[in-house]
Design a protein around this ligand. Structure first.
Ligand SMILES: [Zn+2]
Length: 319
């Protein structure tokens, strides 16, 4: 029991006394988003300290935390050659092996996860992929549309976005939901956006959300490993829509010298109206094709999506 491995790639691998889920958490899949890495490093310090503060402490299952894009993290860039969160495909579906810096990163991440899956007496496999955004405002979780992932994300006490997988390809969520690991056990996958890249509170929010996930899974008890940031997490989530679904993605074509420029001042979950001028590119004005809430307006050079629009999700009526 306790911390069993550590390396440049592995932030920590905590093996509890009782069998339970294997929780894989990744920070820094994008190298300019270090908040997730810092939060996971702090969580491992807390786990190491917990038995001293709380002699009755025990952990159920295993917790493996990984640094995502090492090269890009060292340079503080989103990626070196290609976006590491767009290339998660099984080996046979990847074009030219190890041709880019990110192919190498993906290979190492998958090796670490596959080893843990093979070794762990797991009851379930869970992914938590922690990100931050260039825009201000708004924390949220993105999941597949499977009910078990959605309900787990809701238990983190943060807004949840449905339908994002249809708007993207090759993300960590696609890979985990796609049954590519050597296990027949259930797999749930959640990606958490912890706030703005530079906001120091994004680290606290990522830490609180990760602990909420471990609590929801029964890995730790409610009274254990207290980050003291739950209140902050609830405050940040308080006025945001609880459950929304993707309605539109604006894709950027970098090869065509797109010239995408988001209008300044937009925030996550900012309400927009159909026809509102949101951005410009070489073809001219880009307006909102529909009413909704804006998500992840892009205020950096690297990135394939200019913005997303989501709307309140209404549960389908039974009859
Ligand atoms: Zn990211």
């Amino acid at each position: 029991m306790g911390k069993i491995a550590e390396s440049e790639r592995i932030i920590g691998h905590y093996r509890g006394a009782e069998n339970g889920p294997l929780v894989v958490a990744i920070g820094g899949i994008h190298g300019n988003e270090p908040a997730g890495v810092l939060a996971l490093e702090r969580l491992f310090e807390m786990l190491a300290d917990e038995p001293r503060l709380n002699p009755g402490f025990s952990f159920k299952g295993e917790f493996l935390a990984l640094r995502g894009n090492l090269e890009a993290l060292a340079l503080g860039k989103r990626f070196i050659d290609v976006d590491l969160n767009r290339i998660w495909r099984p080996l046979e579906g990847r074009p030219d092996q190890s041709s880019t810096s990110e192919d190498h990163e993906l290979h190492e991440l998958l090796a670490a996860i596959e080893t843990a899956v093979e070794e762990a007496p797991l009851s379930e496999l869970i992914l938590l992929d922690i990100h931050t955004t260039t825009a201000q405002g708004g924390i949220f979780a993105i999941t597949g549309d499977d009910a078990p992932s959605l309900s787990l994300a809701a238990e983190m006490s943060v807004p949840v976005i449905k339908g994002m997988l249809s708007g993207l390809q090759g993300t960590t969520l696609h890979y985990f939901r796609g049954n590519h690991f050597a296990t027949n056990l259930p797999v749930r996958a959640i990606s958490f956006e912890a706030g703005n890249h530079e906001d120091p509170l994004s680290v606290d929010l990522a830490l609180a959300a990760t602990i909420n996930l471990l609590r929801a899974l029964g890995c730790v008890k409610d009274e254990d490993v207290n980050s003291f940031h739950d209140q902050l997490l609830r405050e940040r989530a308080a006025n945001l829509p609880r459950l929304t679904e993707l309605t539109y993605v604006h894709k950027i074509d970098h090869h065509g010298g797109d010239g995408f420029q988001m209008k300044p001042g937009y925030k996550n979950f900012q309400p927009v109206l159909k026809g509102e001028l949101l951005a410009t590119d070489k073809s001219g004005s880009i307006t909102a094709p529909t009413d909704g809430y804006l998500l992840m307006p892009l205020y950096q050079k690297q990135g394939d999506e200019g913005f997303f629009i989501v709307r309140n999700y209404k549960f389908p009526l039974a009859y």
